[in-house]
Design a protein around this ligand. Structure first.
Ligand code: MN
Length: 204
């Protein structure tokens, strides 16, 4: 391993794209402190520890997710790498002063795929609130159509080659300090006030 320089971690936790308190009152700084600083950080740390000295070290997270998805002897690696990826993606889906309706090509695609933004929002909220237990609701691009999917635990559309456009984390740690059991209120607050549709559109 000579001449390789300092070891580079396979999974990197990028800084949040906003201050921890920037999403208040919809998501508190306290929630962000735990969610980003403890939960997300732990997935990244665990992923790197598990990947160290394996032939997956140094590969792109998306590749690792596809390779380990469904592999019985790679469950821990999949869970931690997928959660690291899902959270990094989720932070980009949020911004202070977000919400409202997307514009341009994303608006057109939503109109073409869901009978309008209102119908999309209703269907997305339903997916997010009915995901039983821990998981995620996603807007994905599948071919040239947008779809709403939900995944359990660390599950991610990246496994299936569907391109995530937008997501909401519906694990209890995402909302319990601020909303307790009221997941629907959290989902509505994100869609109405925090959704970063410019980021979503940039994924198309
Ligand atoms: Mn989370």
């Amino acid at each position: 391993m000579a001449d390789k320089g300092p070891a580079v971690e396979t999974i990197v936790q990028e800084p949040l794209p906003f201050e921890e308190n920037a999403l208040e009152p919809h998501i508190s700084a306290r929630t962000m402190g735990f969610h980003y600083g403890k939960h997300h950080a732990a997935y990244v740390k665990n992923a790197n520890n598990l990947l160290k000295d394996t032939d997956l070290a140094g590969r792109r997270p998306e590749e690792i997710i596809k390779i380990t998805s469904g592999a019985p002897d790679k469950v821990a690696i999949f869970n931690n790498v997928a959660q690291a990826w899902n959270h990094a993606f989720f932070w980009n889906c949020l911004k202070p002063g977000g919400g409202g309706e997307p514009k341009g090509k994303l608006a057109e695609l939503i109109k073409g795929s869901f009978d309008g933004f209102g119908a999309f929002k209703e269907a997305f909220s339903k997916a997010a609130t009915t995901q039983f237990g821990s998981g995620w609701a996603w807007l994905v691009l599948n071919g040239d159509k947008l779809e709403i999917v939900k995944t359990s635990n660390a599950g991610t559309p990246v496994s299936e080659g569907k391109k995530p456009i937008f997501t909401i984390d519906v694990w209890e740690h995402a909302y319990y300090l601020d909303y307790q059991n009221k997941r629907p209120d959290f989902v509505q607050a994100v869609l109405d006030n925090l959704a970063n549709w410019e980021f979503a559109a940039s994924r198309l």
